[in-house]
Design a protein around this ligand. Structure first.
Ligand code: ADP
Ligand code: MG
Length: 251
């Protein structure tokens, strides 16, 4: 593994008596694309929320580029360069995708960007809209987009903040199959530009095509940390998927 960008150590989280994350430990190397897998309810989204400051942990450490992230609010974690998208992104009623993408770029430019709209490059915004296939919906309220378009838009907006680690929660769920291939290409380009990616994903074809390594959660505990090709040979992983959810991991 390349030099660590993210090190998760002994993270625990309970909701009341329900222990949702149990002593979770794994690392992500700089430039890696790591898949975070596991059956429904295994704690994947909760883990992303803990990493990104949206939920407090009960114990453990989340070290990003050597700095502790636990205890920081989400906006501070994002400012550090660690951003996440949501499984079910909510979008504002009053802003369009074009405005949201431009606003994402403005926040990166800081005060200079907020004060001087001229600092924004319209052509840059156009290129992002085209890249994420949002042309037909660029000027309608973002809340009116389809689920898949909202996923694409939330990735596009997150990227404008120039994260060094991007955590994605089921980005392809609800995305049209034609656009999934484009999503793989986009994420590979993003990774090639130096952004490390931690991605929650169920689609095994997608995982094999994209991820360098996979970490598997089951009932809040890590049961595997392996190459994507090794997943189907791991008995615990196959049992976790086939035994409970009846989801074919080889699909
Ligand atoms: P996954 O993303 O792997 O499907 P989640 O992290 O969403 O799983 O949820 C893991 C478990 O934690 C589930 O049993 C879920 O019901 C529970 N859970 C998630 N969020 C909360 C919450 N805010 N309050 C209580 N229980 C929660
Ligand atoms: Mg989830």
């Amino acid at each position: 593994m390349a030099a660590e960008i993210l090190k998760i150590s002994n993270v625990a989280k309970a909701f009341g008596a329900h222990k949702v994350l149990k002593d979770v430990c794994f690392s992500v190397g700089k430039g890696e694309i790591v898949g975070l897998l596991g059956p429904n309810g295994s704690g994947k989204s909760t883990l992303l929320s803990v990493i990104s400051g949206f939920l407090p942990a009960d114990a453990g450490s989340v070290s990003f580029e050597g700095r502790e992230m636990l205890g920081r609010p989400a906006h501070k974690v994002a400012q550090e360069g660690l951003m996440r998208t949501f499984q079910l992104p909510s979008m504002p009623h009053r802003m369009t995708p074009r405005e949201l993408i431009a606003a994402g770029a403005r926040s990166r430019l800081g005060l200079k960007g907020v004060l001087g709209r001229a600092a924004l490059h319209g052509a840059e915004v156009e290129a992002v809209i085209r890249r994420f296939a949002l042309d037909p919906v660029a000027d309608i309220p973002a809340s009116a987009l389809s689920g898949g378009q909202k996923k694409l838009l939330s990735i596009a907006v997150a990227l404008q903040g120039k994260p060094r680690l991007l955590c994605l929660d089921e980005p392809t769920a609800g995305v049209h199959p034609n656009l999934r291939a484009r999503m793989v290409d986009i994420l590979k380009e993003v990774a090639a530009s130096g952004v490390t990616i931690l991605i929650v994903e169920h689609d095994m074809h997608f995982v094999r095509g994209l991820c360098d390594r996979c970490v598997v959660l089951d009932a809040g505990a890590i049961i595997a940390d392996c190459l994507p090709e090794a997943l189907t040979e791991n008995e615990q992983v196959v049992e976790a998927y086939l035994g409970k959810a009846k989801v074919g991991i080889a699909a």
